[in-house]
Design a protein around this ligand. Structure first.
Ligand SMILES: Cc1cc2nc3c(=O)[nH]c(=O)nc-3n(C[C@H](O)[C@H](O)[C@H](O)COP(=O)(O)OP(=O)(O)OC[C@H]3O[C@@H](n4cnc5c(N)ncnc54)[C@H](O)[C@@H]3O)c2cc1C
Length: 391
């Protein structure tokens, strides 16, 4: 796919890359543009990935998945984005499932994971962010109070992506009031909520129109009753369970951002070579050529850090610094490549049919969500470099 551009040197999982790209070839830019017009969900694309088993890559074989290493899953997401497609509609399943896998009971795993692997159940929604707490997760206000064999949930989530297209939602809620816990990171719990059971019965989901077609929503809970068996792991330890999954999430999303960076670099390089103005290719001008060359260099560097993070993760070693830095560098590489492509395409960068403006809007998200650049820098400053806490 990148013949002549050199991203393919030392590529791992070539068969996965090729197979994913073959699927993606059936979903060209016009498919994604059409979805944006309708604010619709890419059902056919997600079904194709599910049928091919890619969304179950991280589910162990004993639960019906293919039990691949994290790196292979990052490659799947990278390959999707490199073609100009977007995994935003379905990537969450890969990392949300980890909470169930690591902390769920054997009964919960046997009940849900095979159905998630086959696509019979969709676990795409992750309810963490709230309007009043944002980045400051432990300040969230949604409460889940035990009442006999149930929990009663009240509160609100915002930016809960794909809640309208998901059967299950992983919900983070406070089970012990913040003034009654030793540390604010305690007293939060995670629940696997069956949205099919609660919608219209204490749970209301409203679409939240956004700059990109991310199928995101606001979710309101009013005396929503869920069975006590929805609790994953131990009550009160949910924040730590979410933290456990963050390195994997960073590595997977860094894969997507690297895929976007490759997409932009390739498109910009091709256009810079083809487009002739003042009687010569615009790529002869170093003002056009250098940002593309820099985007290529930044993408390679981000990719190397992400590979290191995945290797440490797989070896069971601490990879917090590498996973965070991979996310930071890949999100910036993607954005710088997007900017280089926008500038290279000139006015045509704004024309919808070229897909540059759509991908440019989409890849801007990586520096904001699921964690912003500032929060990663503060992690590196404090936890890696040992500087004082800022908050
Ligand atoms: C399209 C989209 C999809 C999303 N999907 C989901 C989802 O599925 N589930 C979910 O739970 N959430 C989701 N989110 C939410 C996302 O994770 C949050 O937007 C993000 O965590 C930031 O929270 P906030 O928007 O409230 O920003 P705030 O916390 O209000 O922060 C605003 C700005 O201030 C900065 N800031 C805050 N505190 C500090 C500090 N101490 N030091 C330096 N800078 C600081 C932040 O870095 C940020 O730049 C999504 C968001 C978007 C836009």
């Amino acid at each position: 796919m990148d013949a002549g551009i050199g991203f393919d040197a030392g590529e791992d999982y070539p068969e996965i890359r090729e197979a994913v790209q073959r699927i993606c070839a059936g979903y060209p830019g016009e498919y994604w543009r059409g979805l944006e017009d309708e604010r619709a969900y890419p059902t056919e694309f997600v079904n194709a990935l599910t049928e091919a088993g890619y969304l179950a890559a991280l589910i162990p074989e004993e639960y019906g998945g293919s039990g691949m290493p994290l790196r292979a899953a990052a490659v799947i997401l990278e390959a999707i984005h490199e073609t100009g497609c977007s995994a935003g509609a379905c990537h969450a399943q890969m990392y949300i499932m980890g909470a169930l896998l690591r902390h769920g009971s054997e009964e919960q795993k046997r009940h849900y994971l095979p159905k998630i692997a086959s696509g019979a159940l969709r676990l795409q929604a992750f309810g963490v962010t709230e309007p009043g707490s944002g980045t400051d997760t432990t300040s969230l206000r949604t409460r889940a109070v035990r009442s006999g064999g149930e929990y009663v949930v009240n509160g609100q989530k915002v930016w809960t992506s794909r809640a309208l297209q998901s059967d299950l939602m992983l919900l983070l809620a406070r089970t012990a009031p913040i003034d009654q816990v030793e540390k604010r990171t305690l007293g939060l719990s995670i629940f696997l909520v069956d949205l099919r059971e609660v919608r219209g019965r204490g749970c209301e989901i409203r679409p939240l129109p956004a700059m990109i077609n991310h199928n995101t929503t606001e979710v309101f809970f009013q005396d929503m009753r869920i069975p006590a068996s929805s609790l994953i792991g131990e009550e009160g330890r949910g924040f730590y369970y979410i933290l456990d999954g963050m390195n994997a999430e960073r590595i997977l999303l860094a894969g997507e951002a690297i895929g976007d960076a490759r997409y932009f670099t390739r498109r910009a390089r091709d256009y810079a070579c083809e487009r002739e103005i003042f009687g010569r290719a615009i790529g002869r001008n170093q003002a056009i050529q250098f940002p593309i060359a820099r985007a290529y260099a930044e993408t390679l560097a981000a990719d190397l850090v992400n590979r290191k993070a995945a290797a440490l993760f797989e070896a069971g070693r601490d990879c917090g610094a590498e996973a965070n830095i991979a996310k930071l560098m890949s999100s910036e590489a993607a954005w710088n490549a997007a900017e280089a492509a926008m500038q290279t395409f000139g006015g045509f960068g704004f024309a919808r049919e070229y897909d540059i403006e759509r991908k440019w809007r989409e890849c801007r998200l990586f520096t904001t969500a699921p964690i912003s650049t500032n929060l990663i820098l503060s992690y590196v400053g404090q936890h890696v470099l040992g500087m004082p806490r800022s908050f």
